[in-house]
Design a protein around this ligand. Structure first.
Ligand code: C2O
Ligand code: CU
Ligand code: CU
Length: 516
């Protein structure tokens, strides 16, 4: 009976897509030319709600229903793999020189399942780049993918012409050299991923992403043992192939049935002393709301490096796509517990199942002696009074003439155009940006070329201060939330800003800033 009800909802939804839960949520969005049909036979196949969802909402009529691999097919409980370092080919001090080679690669996930990924140097995730503040970095990128790409060094303060803008594509079969100095004060937890025009979603879900750590000589936490948890998402068909994006993926941001840490599904992680953990949410669309039981957890760093002082966390750590955190964890007891992502309702569209808690890893804890964290971690830069102001508004628009589900996600009413400059900033000017999420779904905001500080959150007319002062390059916005940030761009050139739910970015929820 339940299922029937679901299908009926669904058929209605297909005639006009937004006839179900989505319509209630979208009363403020414009709808134009909704003319899609669905082969109704397809509506009655498939075994579970999730599959119905995917195949029914997939508007590519020639596409077969998406059958996914059961999660029991991949091995769990391997020890957490270490990230593999990209080898520095230079022997000059202060120089990091290396090669990233992008190509399709077949990886045996189990004796039965071999999957073709697109990878940097054949690895999922890509190799870890580790440099020191002030280093000169020179990376040759060889593109042997069937399509153009760029490499964006997410969060690094480097010149715009080295930052992988969509305008600077590396065509299939070609290479280029990225060369930049990592400035002092830019120590932190970063990553790299493609940023080509309209190709980012596919290139990321096929496996292209890697870590980039910048170390500082006077890091007060240098003596702590360190772990790296790089979260990515994998969606496999029942044949073990990387699944295409469905319409639901395009609307809500892709979520696969597997969440990987350092490329491993539900690994076993040992924590036997106070440990610093760098965490990346490199998932396309998934929000992680991390709960670490039976440990004291201190937040010590964010996207832009260390906080000024440690902050004790007494609730799950929410990381929207592309956000990073550095934490110190201290096991309070000995035993096995589970690292989970606690269900977080981000206002997905369509008839999707409610958010559930998700098991991510087994934690093998050894009760540890407490340590005293330094009360000051660093002095954050002080941005002066803002002398310029900018406003952004996020909206959702339905247009059934559009491919990929008909959803358009806009910034200030516009979709990304590589040939349009949306905003201009004066180099070194301190600016205040007000960003309003005028939609029914969480979206986040990311900008290239700078680390900003959140000044306030505003919700239903009530302003609140952020819980702590931090440098960020990505920040989440709840539906109808307004945030104000302070930002200063210190290098000239073109910069992107966008929602980092990668499907939204790829659909054009992105703008271009020219710094002069
Ligand atoms: Cu992580 Cu514009 O990107
Ligand atoms: Cu970026
Ligand atoms: Cu978004």
């Amino acid at each position: 009976m339940k299922r029937r009800h679901f299908l009926m909802n669904f058929t209605a939804a297909v005639g006009g897509l937004v006839a179900t839960k989505a319509i209630a949520k979208m009363e403020h969005t414009k709808m134009t030319g909704m003319t899609c049909e669905l082969n109704s036979d397809d509506c009655n196949k498939g075994d579970n709600m999730h599959e119905h969802m995917n195949m029914n909402m997939n508007m590519n009529h020639d596409q077969k229903p998406q059958k996914l691999l059961p999660t029991s097919s991949l091995k769990q409980n391997d020890n957490l793999p270490s990230l593999i370092n990209l080898k520095n080919e230079s022997n000059q001090p202060g120089v990091f020189e290396a090669t990233l080679h992008l190509k399709p690669v077949k990886i045996a996930l189990t004796p039965e399942i071999t999957t073709e990924f697109w990878a940097y140097n054949g690895m999922i995730p890509g190799p870890k780049i580790e440099v020191n503040e002030g280093d000169h970095v020179k990376i040759t990128v060889k593109n042997d993918l069937p399509q153009a790409t760029t490499v964006h060094w997410h969060g690094l303060l480097i010149p715009s012409n080295q930052d992988g803008n969509p305008q600077d594509a590396i065509p299939a079969g070609k290479s280029r050299v990225y060369e930049f100095d990592v400035p002092k004060g830019n120590a932190g937890t970063f990553w790299y991923h493609p940023h080509g025009h309209e190709t980012v979603a596919e290139q990321v879900y096929r496996g292209l992403a890697g870590t980039f750590i910048v170390r500082s000589k006077d890091d007060p936490l240098n003596s702590l043992p360190e772990q790296h948890w790089f979260f990515s998402d994998l969606k496999l068909t029942d044949k073990g192939e990387i699944a295409d994006n469905t319409m639901v993926d395009w609307m809500n941001g892709r979520e696969g049935q597997f969440v990987l840490i350092n490329g491993s599904y539900r690994p076993k992680i040992k924590v036997d002393s106070a440990t610093r953990v760098r965490i990346w949410n490199a998932c396309s669309g998934r929000y992680l709301n991390l709960s670490i039981p039976d440990c004291d957890v201190f937040l010590v760093g964010t996207d832009g490096g260390l906080l000024s002082e440690p902050v004790s966390l007494n609730k799950p750590l929410l990381l929207s796509p592309a956000e990073r955190a550095e934490i110190v964890i201290l096991p309070k007891k000995t035993g096995t517990v589970y690292l989970q992502s606690i269900g977080y309702d981000r206002g997905k569209m369509g008839n999707v199942p409610p958010e559930q808690d998700m098991l991510l890893a087994e934690l093998d804890l050894t009760q540890s002696n407490s340590i005293t964290l330094p009360s000051t971690l660093r002095t954050l830069p002080k941005l002066g009074q803002a002398t310029a102001h900018k406003k952004l508004e996020y909206t959702e628009v339905m247009d059934m003439k559009e491919p990929r589900g008909g959803m358009l996600f806009l910034i200030n009413g516009k979709r990304h155009d590589m040939n349009r400059i949306d905003l201009e900033s004066k180099i070194h000017e301190v600016e205040e940006w007000t960003i309003h999420n005028n939609s029914h779904m969480d979206h986040n905001f990311h900008i290239h070329g700078a680390q900003f500080m959140v000044v306030s959150h505003e919700f239903n007319g009530t302003k609140t201060l952020p819980q702590y002062v931090a440098l960020k390059d990505t920040v989440n916005l709840r539906p109808h939330e307004t945030i104000t940030i302070k930002i200063q761009q210190n290098m000239p050139g073109l910069r992107m800003y966008h929602c980092h739910i990668i499907e939204h970015e790829t659909l054009g929820m992105m703008g271009q800033l020219m710094v002069k």
